[in-house]
Design a protein around this ligand. Structure first.
Ligand code: GLV
Ligand code: MG
Length: 325
């Protein structure tokens, strides 16, 4: 027996996820005052090795003292292949109180990676009598992580979302680029001869992994989130990348700079006209079904029960946004 839709395991507004290095505590209040849905305080790649301990202390202090309001608060721990990882989990969970909502695990490669962190988190939650259960965000950013993603997603009931890590993914599969997101002139096709000559059409080199992540994430009822766009002075490039991933099923994107937060919120808020049409579809199909019609036309286009499912997931997303504002 299969259900056509896997419900989301945990709904949470995640249009924009703002990253702040744990070693830059002066930026924390700015992040809190931003419009980001999720703030992720990074202990991993944005923090130099000699600053790791200080970054963790800053995070613990912020969790106890800063008022994060309604925002979701996450921390990115160091990878399991480092000797920082276990202390990130233990120190922050034992000393940071209850404010933390999510833990982001980088470079997951096998289901046991998630299991290992879950084991630590579960023990600490039990020992510290923590009420709020920590959820997991996984970064898909290695060839192994991508190849094993289906089984990784079953690695823990805590997993809420998958995130695409452009830079590490590119490094892992040895892509010939140093860009974090965005296009590449070498990933293009040449058209046949035309009156304007042979045209070069740039393609999206990230399409395949992001689409795979979206399919597998949704199969497991997880949020699917687009990762970083490195050139923070290129809002048009950011928007172009985000529009493509929204179409593929992502419901949010990282902001590695505060100026990307509102771009992400706009990109991942359905347009008013889209929601209007979605509501029309639901109303029209309800009337149609009352008259025993399975399919009707709206603006000259066919709609049926599947259109209602398309419309409802958009309306659900809008309802979530409205409930948080
Ligand atoms: C993010 O972690 C990335 O590797 O791009
Ligand atoms: Mg990474």
């Amino acid at each position: 027996m299969s259900f056509t839709h896997t419900p989301l395991k945990r709904t949470r507004l995640n249009r924009s996820e703002l990253f702040i290095p744990g070693s830059k505590p002066d930026l924390f209040p700015k992040a809190v005052n931003s419009k980001a849905d999720v703030i992720c305080i990074d202990l991993e790649d944005a923090v130099a090795p000699q600053d790791k301990d200080e970054a963790k202390k800053n995070l613990i202090q912020a969790l106890k003292e800063l008022d994060f309001g309604k925002k979701t608060v996450s921390m990115r721990i160091n990878g399991l292949d480092t000797n920082f990882c276990y202390r990130d989990v233990v120190d922050v969970m034992e000393n940071g109180g209850e404010r933390l909502d999510l833990m982001m695990i980088p470079k997951v490669g096998v289901p046991a990676d998630v299991y290992a962190i879950d084991m630590l988190v579960t023990q600490i939650e039990s020992r510290t009598k923590r009420d709020k259960k920590i959820g997991f965000e996984l970064i898909v950013e290695t060839a192994m992580g991508m190849a094993n993603l289906d089984s990784i997603c079953s690695g823990s009931g805590r997993i809420e979302s998958l995130h695409f890590g452009y830079a590490d993914y590119a490094a892992s599969v040895r892509m010939r680029t140093t860009n974090v997101g965005g296009p590449n002139p070498d990933y293009a096709i040449l058209t046949h001869e035309s009156p304007e000559g042979r045209l070069t059409h740039w393609n999206d080199l990230w399409h395949n992994p992001i689409s795979q992540m979206a399919i597998l994430g949704r199969k497991h009822g997880l949020r699917v989130i687009d990762g970083p766009f490195g050139d923070f002075s290129d809002p048009d490039g950011y928007n172009a990348q985000g529009k493509r991933t929204a179409i593929l099923g992502c419901e949010g994107k990282w902001a590695i700079h505060p100026n990307q937060v509102e771009l992400a919120n706009d990109l991942f808020t359905p347009k008013e006209s889209t929601i209007e049409r979605a509501r029309k579809i639901v109303t029209l199909m309800k009337e149609a079904q009352d008259h025993h019609d399975g399919a009707v036309t709206l603006d000259g286009k066919l709609i049926d029960a599947a259109s209602v499912r398309q419309a409802e997931q958009l309306i659900d997303q809008q309802d979530l946004i409205d409930s948080m504002s």
